[in-house]
Design a protein around this ligand. Structure first.
Ligand code: GAR
Length: 192
């Protein structure tokens, strides 16, 4: 399939902290399919994020910014985003909480993927809690980021059946697969 990296695509930064499977998937979709965004910058709060390898693999600029909630950090990130003409931020396993100031400055242009059917199971250990509570379904949600944790308007959500054999690891795997399908679709939905 022909690569489409035309200038009309919305320049996007993906923020990660971990293995970066969503990052990899977003990069692939943005390049191969007809999705209206390009991944131009990868930001991580830690050098240990395995997903940083996709910077080399896909030849995309990366920045490691030791994230804290100080205005200095905000300004540093905002400056980079402005210089690179980034218009959309996708949090993909980014395990830091963005400051109110930062969110205000990028208002309505920050998305997050969360491994639960929000508003259920905000925060961490979502699969573990869902299984413990004997839920029939788990899932994932793509939502806008606002100043309250995992509480912004939901853009897309998809559920996954929890089987009696599932543990939190197997459920994580199942849900991650679905995350890879809804995140690019959610971006498409808001940009089209
Ligand atoms: C994903 O399951 C994502 O939903 C979750 O971290 C994982 C990152 O995986 N995010 C959160 O829990 C945010 N609160 P990845 O690094 O392979 O994309």
């Amino acid at each position: 399939m022909k690569k489409s990296t035309g200038p009309e695509k919305t320049k996007t930064a993906v923020f990660i902290s971990g293995k970066g499977s969503n990052l990899k998937n977003l990069i692939r979709c943005s390049r191969i399919k007809n999705y209206p965004f390009s991944v131009n910058l990868i930001i991580s709060n830690t050098i240990k994020a395995k997903g940083l390898k996709y910077s080399n693999i896909f030849n995309i600029e990366k920045k490691i910014i030791k994230y804290d909630k100080k205005i200095k950090t905000d300004n540093k990130i905002l400056k980079v985003l402005k210089q690179r003409k980034i218009k959309l931020i996708c949090l993909a396993g980014f395990m830091k909480i963005l400051s109110k100031n930062f969110i205000k400055k990028f208002n309505g242009k920050i998305l997050n993927i969360h491994p639960s059917l929000l508003p259920k199971y905000k925060g961490l250990n979502t699969h573990f809690r869902a299984i413990n509570n004997k839920e029939k379904f788990a899932g994932c949600s793509v939502h806008y980021v606002n100043s309250k944790l995992d509480s912004g308007k939901i853009i897309l959500q998809r559920r996954v059946k929890i089987s009696s054999k599932d543990n939190h690891k197997s459920l994580e795997k199942k849900v991650l697969k679905v995350e890879h399908s809804i995140y690019p679709d959610a971006i498409k939905k808001i940009l089209n």
